[in-house]
Design a protein. Structure first.
Length: 316
């Protein structure tokens, strides 16, 4: 009996060390970064350009490989993307003539060493063929880092982490790409308590031929006092033929679109005005919100009721 207990105890210790080691390795593998996180390129078919990435390896792993895969927005959640590794340069030749690695001297999928706690510039040449259809193309440059688990053997088990940088390419024969957009939704609550904020939901659609960013603002005006507050829209990319929710920009941070915290009383008119990059048309939408001191009135009524109850008991 004692022998069996010792056996199971040793087995438990071995499994604990093994699983803990895998967990530690996985955490270390995530410590990589790439700059820039996104690249926007307008290219004439038949021309080429070179994009340089700075890859920083803060982990103790050093085996790096590169792939470039197409992506599209998630249909159910357009703010997220879905990458298609089957059409990537490692598994497919669909876009093999579009990209090549100039530095370091490796091909896509080939592993190379990037020492721990170091960084390296990766240069990728982009060549849009002359026969390319004039439209937008979306890719993600995937940098993979992996390390064999030394507890078993160098070739038996590997942990792997990936980090990506998006490339948005507009293939066009001229610099001025047709830009157009429309408002899918601009809304705010009709009635709020005076202590609440006016919050907005904005969904814009890109109906043009190339990706673009909305440039605009929301102006909140109290129709009684004529005081105004301005919210700046965050310049988030909207891909061609897609829509997405737009947020606001405050102190260089992307935040929900909402009024600043203060007591609001009266009728407020909120005006959304924007265009998409170089789009000539300025879009405008309006919404109205009535701020009423509901919580204050409820507090007064409750106070009066309590006072009357107490007062009536004292008289008795």
């Amino acid at each position: 009996m004692n022998t069996k207990i010792k056996y199971f105890f040793k087995l438990f210790i071995i499994l604990f060390i093994f699983l803990n080691s895998i967990s530690n390795v996985s955490a270390q593998e995530l410590n990589i970064s790439v700059s820039p996180p996104i690249t926007e390129i307008l290219m004439i078919p038949g021309k080429e350009t070179v994009q340089t990435y700075t890859l920083t390896n803060g982990s103790d792993s050093k085996l790096i490989s590169i792939d470039i895969v197409p992506f599209l927005p998630d249909i159910e959640n357009p703010e997220e993307i879905v990458i298609n590794e089957k059409d990537g340069l490692i598994q497919s030749k669909t876009y093999s003539s579009w990209f090549s690695i100039e530095k370091p001297e490796v091909v896509f999928g080939q592993k190379f060493n990037l020492p721990s706690n170091s960084e390296q510039n990766i240069s990728v040449k982009i060549s849009v063929p002359k026969n390319a259809i004039l439209k937008d193309y979306y890719f993600t440059v995937l940098f993979s880092i992996e390390k064999a688990n030394s507890l078993i053997s160098e070739n038996s088990l590997q942990t792997k982490a990936q980090i990506g940088s998006n490339i948005l390419i507009t293939a066009s024969e001229k610099e001025d790409v047709y830009k157009a957009s429309s408002t899918v939704l601009f809304s705010s609550p009709f009635i709020i308590d005076s202590l609440q904020k006016i919050d907005f939901k904005i969904i814009l659609e890109n109906t043009g031929r190339g990706f673009g960013k909305p440039i605009g603002k929301i102006t909140i005006e109290n129709l009684i006092t004529k005081k105004t507050e301005v919210l700046d829209l965050a310049p988030l990319n909207i891909l061609s033929s897609y829509s997405r929710e737009i947020y606001c920009l405050k102190s260089e941070e992307i935040v929900p679109c909402e009024s600043s915290p203060k007591i609001l009383i009266g009728l407020y008119k909120s005006t959304l005005s924007y265009n998409l990059d170089s789009e000539s048309q300025i879009h405008q939408e309006e919404t109205y919100t009535f701020a009423f001191p509901i919580s204050f009135i409820v507090a007064v009524i409750v106070t009066i009721i309590i006072y009357k109850i107490i007062n009536s008991k004292i008289k008795k």
